[in-house]
Ligand binder design. Structure first.
Ligand code: BT5
Length: 259
């Protein structure tokens, strides 16, 4: 169910991102609405935003807690590229959240946790869910769903131990609309840089990546691996040196960090 759909044209300091914004009070998931709009021809940069989501989605069927106070939006992208090149987009989204936090709160310790998390002080403050429609190996469109815990005061267990919000970390109410503007500007900047030369984007991802040089555990389906993170490669894969000395490259859609 979606309520109070309002189409607005906005004056962001961006070229195309957020020029058209579909704004809702309550929806199941902004990603679903953006997907339908993209199928009907919505142009690149169209944004769907909601105050609250009743069925917010994470990757692989995970839930996404989306009460009012957070920033829940989906962006329609139409990159001219082959399907195999889009794996970096989740990292790009996580980087956009992180650089927006840095711009707004330079003293907060924020970073990216591969493959799609933005973190502050080791806790998850935002996440990204990308869904692409492909035809004959080419991308028709990508929906980039972004969730940021802006003004959320409390998380019930188990999220209490793993999640945080900007309000909790700064101790004050964060102006949501200003943060949203900043996020769209950052996402557009990073997306243009990605389309021009993806190696420049990769450098920025490396700078903010909280996992480089750390010992981690990764779950890939039933398989569990442990090793040292050596790099994030040009396809957005985590380069892990296993305890056996063998190197493994893990794609963003393949694995998740388990400890
Ligand atoms: C994500 O999945 O991190 C993707 C989140 C994308 C949310 C946006 S909101 C706008 C758009 N519309 C949608 O329906 N989705 C997108 P994943 O990496 O699978 O992480 C999900 C896991 O994070 C859950 O299993 C919980 O453990 C945890 N989690 C759920 N809600 C959270 C929250 N608000 N903050 C921090 N962690 C959360």
């Amino acid at each position: 169910m979606s309520m109070n759909n309002e189409l607005r044209t906005m004056n962001y300091n961006t070229r195309v991102f957020g020029k058209k914004v579909y704004s809702y009070t309550e929806v199941e998931s902004t990603n679903e609405i953006a997907y339908r709009l993209a199928e009907q021809g919505a142009e690149e940069g169209t944004v769907v935003i909601a105050i609250e989501q009743t069925k917010g989605k994470g990757r692989a069927g995970h839930y996404w807690f989306s009460p009012s106070g957070g920033l829940w939006l989906s962006l329609v992208l139409r990159p001219l590229m082959v399907s195999s090149s889009i794996s970096q987009l989740s990292l790009l989204g996580a980087l956009g959240i992180t650089t927006s936090i840095k711009r707004t709160f330079p003293l907060l310790s924020s970073g990216i946790r591969w493959p799609n998390d933005a973190i502050v002080n080791e806790k998850k403050v935002g996440g990204v869910l990308c869904r692409a429609k492909n035809e004959q190996g080419k991308v028709v469109f990508v929906i980039m769903g972004i969730g940021v815990n802006v003004n959320i005061e409390e998380f019930a267990p188990p999220l209490r131990f793993t999640a945080t919000s900007l309000q909790r970390e700064t101790g004050c109410h964060v102006p949501g609309e200003a943060f949203q503007h900043c996020l769209l500007e950052e996402l557009e900047r990073l997306y243009s840089s990605f389309l021009d030369d993806s190696s420049a984007l990769l450098e920025e991802i490396r700078i903010f990546s909280s996992l480089l040089g750390k010992q981690i555990k990764v779950k890939i389906g039933q398989e569990k691996l442990a090793g040292l993170v050596q790099d994030i490669d040009e396809k957005g894969r985590l380069v892990l040196r296993l305890e056996s000395g063998i190197q493994r490259r893990i794609g963003p859609e393949e694995g998740c960090i388990s400890g």
